[in-house]
Design a protein around this ligand. Sequence first.
Ligand SMILES: Cc1cc2nc3c(=O)[nH]c(=O)nc-3n(C[C@H](O)[C@H](O)[C@H](O)COP(=O)(O)OP(=O)(O)OC[C@H]3O[C@@H](n4cnc5c(N)ncnc54)[C@H](O)[C@@H]3O)c2cc1C
Ligand code: FES
Length: 263
Amino acid sequence: MRVDLVKAHIAANGSVAKDTYLMELRLETEEFLAAPGQFVMLRILDTTDPLLRRAFSICSLIKPNVIQIMYRVVGKGTRLMKDMKEEETLELLGPLGNGFQGPERGKKAVLVSGGIGVAPLFFLASRLKPHDLKFIAGYGSKEDVVPPGLLGLEEGSVLFATEDGSCGYHGLVTELFEAELNKTLSRQLQVYCCGPWEMLKKLAHICYEYDLDCQVSLESAMACGVGACQGCAVKASASYPPDYFHVCSHGPVFSSSDIDWEG
Ligand SMILES: Cc1cc2nc3c(=O)[nH]c(=O)nc-3n(C[C@H](O)[C@H](O)[C@H](O)COP(=O)(O)OP(=O)(O)OC[C@H]3O[C@@H](n4cnc5c(N)ncnc54)[C@H](O)[C@@H]3O)c2cc1C
Ligand code: FES
């Protein structure tokens, strides 16, 4: 797999929800061969603070050399990014990681996101036929909700859960997922999820109980992004040698049964 280190010129950068931004990047390469679930490492040029690159899932590939990333402002790097203007330049390393697998023929895809975990699942949804997928997105509140139409999905194609009940189901996305499971008789499902650790742990547990294949996209603090620094290790389940995975090079996508959720 080819990994590029290229200049990425900002083509657009704007707010799409509370503290959440969508950035379109035109890459100095003819073709960027990225698959859903893969990520890029971005470095802000002309500053040593932050010095290290930051990891972002690829949210969409809109032309062979134009991608979108969606980011939540949480610290120094993302605060600088939100104020960047068109034609400013970042340095990009990618595509990195393994990406999602499948779904197998005959299986319906169920996508479950929590917060900014929606970003890689938008990319996956864009590659699936609408009638072959169910997309369930969880947020804290209505103001956090990213409209699916912004990413080319039909409005109404995503079920929402909000913790304060201001949009869609009132409660956790894991509860809505389980309620939807109980509505369908089919167990020919492939579940894909991305979000906070506790949410993924709960989904892994539900999928184990319902005997469903579940792929999780993990986030962990990353320094190098390419398997060199060991900073992104997560504990593997007892059945799986080696003891630890590097999220950046073995993942970020794992079968939920390969992860030690207590580790
Ligand atoms: C494979 C992968 C894909 C990701 N995709 C996205 C994405 O699509 N959109 C998005 O907004 N973010 C994504 N992240 C998280 C993103 O990398 C961090 O939010 C970003 O590095 C924060 O940079 P900062 O300089 O703004 O914050 P910092 O100043 O570095 O940190 C601010 C706060 O955020 C916490 N933090 C930093 N990195 C992470 C992390 N990786 N996971 C959880 N908390 C973190 C720190 O502990 C600290 O509390 C992804 C991470 C990984 C590993
Ligand atoms: S971030 Fe360095 S090994 Fe994964």
